[in-house]
Design a protein around this ligand. Structure first.
Ligand code: SAH
Ligand code: ZN
Ligand code: ZN
Ligand code: ZN
Ligand code: ZN
Length: 423
């Protein structure tokens, strides 16, 4: 399909596989956005194959990346008064094109500062099931950058983190002694208007597909393997509705790309990585990456009403950093209430108390959890032990209701459509 190779899906019900397996779009999880569908055992006729190829060709972006790079150079040569950005088409306009966009809402006098900050110029694509573009709040973005610098990294592979890429790029162009470089991999092709082929690759993180073909893949490989693969970290913030196994498979391929050309030394090492994702996916991520651990830091977003920085209850962001770096190295800001737990050897939220019985700081959501002796673990403060269900739950839960896990996060109690990861 236009997003590259499709993924093979299987319908399951109560853990059992049901019926035929089928291929569907890897990136668009809503049939409205991509209608590609094919049974696994279905024969595809030549005519249908040809029609598909034709369809895919017609669904390519209007300008290629290299054309966009050329256009950007010309755009920079224009005086301020001639620099326009069409907000409807999300495109930088050259004067010859103004006419065609005369009915469109345009932004005039686009400054160099605005060009250096495309994530503010472009509107966030909020389609929940496809792009789910939630941009870091400045506080979180700056924290990530300081952390990366503090840990001594020099190169950042930004996978679906345009705003992190952007602050790195803009500092690199302004501050002479700023040594960090970034390569952005993202499915949002609008970014190709602002970055060269060495700074941005059009990439699908659900099937590890480089739209720019071998040349783009090579750009990524070179970036990872520069300086013997040292001092590089991958940072990714995928859409939360994304399939964890598909993401993990792509990330392992990126890790393998890094490992390939590593010459000597760090043989048993993994490429350092920050995977930013909600805490309730912890067990899913650890399934694929047993070396990862979850940090307590709460990542905040600009355009996400629910995930903004807050001190109390529900308003706290559920989004965390998962990493294969040693937890004690991830220093969290004390001014924001994080503290170091000497037993756990990691920074934790202020509300996260060390439980003597579990011998760990057990809270996942920042609130103080309490230990249940019957469950033999710590549980949310709002739960209490139910003797009918033989486990802790909300007081208001329906006893012994058969609980089919959510298709997205695997937790019981809600359906996929109501998964907190999607909202
Ligand atoms: N917090 C980040 C943005 C995360 S939103 C920041 O501020 O930089 C998720 C990002 O992943 C978006 O940039 C979106 O365009 C990108 N994305 C969504 N689906 C993708 C896919 N299939 N492959 C690659 N990138 C994707
Ligand atoms: Zn337009
Ligand atoms: Zn502890
Ligand atoms: Zn406990
Ligand atoms: Zn209990």
């Amino acid at each position: 399909c236009p997003s590259g190779p499709a993924l093979l899906f299987v319908k399951t019900s109560q853990g059992r596989e049901e019926g035929r397996r089928f291929y569907a779009c890897s990136a668009c999880r809503d049939r409205k956005d991509c209608k590609f569908f094919q049974w696994e055992d279905e024969k595809v006729s030549e005519t249908r194959r040809a029609a598909r190829e034709e369809y895919n060709r017609n669904h390519q972006p209007f300008f290629t990346h290299s054309q966009n790079v050329e256009r950007y150079k010309n755009f920079l040569l224009l005086p301020l008064s001639k620099r326009r950005f069409c907000q409807e088409c999300q495109q930088l306009l050259l004067p010859a094109e103004w006419e065609k966009h005369s009915d469109h809402q345009c932004l005039c006098d686009v400054s160099t500062a605005q060009l250096k900050s495309p994530s503010h110029l472009l509107y966030p694509l909020e389609n929940k099931k496809t792009n789910a573009q939630y941009l870091f709040a400045d506080r979180s973005c700056q924290f990530l950058l300081d952390l990366i610098i503090g840990l001594g990294f020099r190169r950042v592979l930004s996978v679906g983190t345009p705003r992190l890429h952007e602050i790195i790029q803009s500092k690199a162009s302004q501050e002479e002694d700023f040594r960090v470089r970034s390569l952005l991999l993202d499915i949002d092709f609008r970014y190709s208007q602002f970055y060269t082929e060495d700074e941005f690759c059009h990439y699908n993180m659900f099937n590890h597909y480089f739209f720019g073909g071998e040349a783009a893949r090579e750009t990524c490989r070179k970036f990872l393997c520069q300086d013997n693969g040292e001092r590089v970290i991958m940072v990714t913030d995928p859409p939360f509705g994304g399939l964890v196994e598909a993401l993990a498979s792509s990330f392992k391929k990126l890790m393998a790309m890094w490992k390939e050309t590593e010459k000597e030394g760090h043989n048993n090492h993994e490429m350092p990585m920050f995977w930013i994702f909600p805490y309730f996916f912890e067990s899913r991520i650890l399934e694929f990456f047993p070396s990862f651990s979850m940090m307590d830091y709460q990542v905040d977003y600009d355009n996400h009403a629910l995930y903004k920085h807050g001190k109390t209850g529900r308003r706290q962001s559920p989004v965390r950093i998962f990493t294969n770096l040693t937890p004690s190295m991830i220093v969290l800001p004390v001014e924001e209430g994080y503290r170091f737990c000497a037993v756990c050897q990691r920074y934790v939220s202020s509300g996260n108390q060390h439980c003597e019985i579990c011998n760990s700081c057990t809270s996942k959501d920042g609130r103080q959890w309490k230990h249940c002796v019957l469950c033999k673990k710590c549980v949310k403060p709002s739960w209490s032990h139910c003797s009918t269900c033989n486990r802790c739950a909300l007081q208001s839960h329906a006893c012994q209701k058969p609980e089919a896990g959510c298709f997205l996060c695997g937790r019981a109690g809600h359906k996929r459509s109501a998964c907190p990861g999607l909202s």
